[in-house]
Design a protein around this ligand. Structure first.
Ligand SMILES: [Zn+2]
Length: 258
């Protein structure tokens, strides 16, 4: 009996030690805050809860963000969706805009730029947000394309940098239907990596190739990161697409301040 008690005690201690060890090794990462902003102009038959909600849904389904807070913010919310308190804890800001760029306050734009310049936040510009105030402020260029066309029937997206973390786990080639295309060149700073490109099939039988995902790192002394994602017209439900969601989740993790 004494032996059994000793064995039981020893086993209990071993289990306790294992539990403590396991707990310390598997300590959860510090929760991060991810904000997905949009202006509320997407058609509700395509995006019933707007584009930001669709992107939030995709990010929440990714296990890497299980401990994080992911927020859908809108220009229609107080302080245009990004209060000082929220911005002060935002690790990644994703931005979709189209018709209301001019309504975004210069004050908010300056605060977003400052946090990014300080290396405290990554930024992802989505589709027509290329002309958004924060996007242009961070890039410091015109952020214009050579053309904006609705003359394509589909775009074949292909990974161009297989080793880039943003491409991890994404199909090497997939097709986006009914895309609106922007033509190269995109007037932005040099030094980016093109992670995906897209070959659009045009209604006249021709094709046009353009860069789809741009990624910058160490673009200033703060080592802040930036991604621009060309796809994502509001009449196209691609933010529900598994490949698109994977790219955005990878991009969110990649721009996250380390
Ligand atoms: Zn568009």
């Amino acid at each position: 009996m004494k032996t059994l008690l000793t064995l039981t005690a020893t086993l209990s201690a071993a289990i306790l030690f294992t539990a403590c060890t396991t707990t310390s090794v598997a300590a959860p990462q510090k929760p991060r805050t991810i904000v997905v902003w949009s202006e509320g102009t997407a058609p509700t038959n395509i995006y019933p809860k707007d584009i930001n909600a669709a992107i939030v849904e995709g990010l929440k389904a990714d296990k890497r963000f299980a401990n994080d807070t992911i927020i859908a913010a809108s220009i229609n919310d107080p302080d245009q969706g990004i209060t000082d308190a929220l911005l002060a804890k935002t690790d990644v800001l994703l931005w979709w805009g189209h018709k209301k760029h001019a309504k975004v306050s210069d004050d908010l734009t300056a605060k977003i730029k400052q946090r990014w310049m300080d290396g405290k936040m990554g930024f992802i510009g989505l589709h027509s947000a290329h002309y958004a105030k924060p996007n242009k402020a961070l890039m410091g260029t015109a952020c214009s394309f050579s053309c904006y066309k609705t003359d394509s029937t589909s775009t074949k997206v292909t990974v161009t940098d297989k080793n880039h973390p943003i491409a991890a786990g994404v199909a090497e080639t997939f097709t986006v239907e009914n895309g609106e295309r922007y033509g190269d060149p995109y007037i932005v700073p040099a030094g980016f990596t093109c992670v995906f490109e897209g070959l659009s099939s045009l209604k006249d039988g021709k094709t046009d190739n353009a860069k789809m995902v741009f990624a910058w790192e160490n673009v200033n002394n703060s080592k802040s990161r930036f991604v621009y994602f060309q796809l994502g017209h509001e009449t196209n439900p691609i933010y529900f697409d598994p490949n698109i969601r994977k790219i955005l989740a990878n991009a969110t993790e990649w721009v996250m301040p380390k």
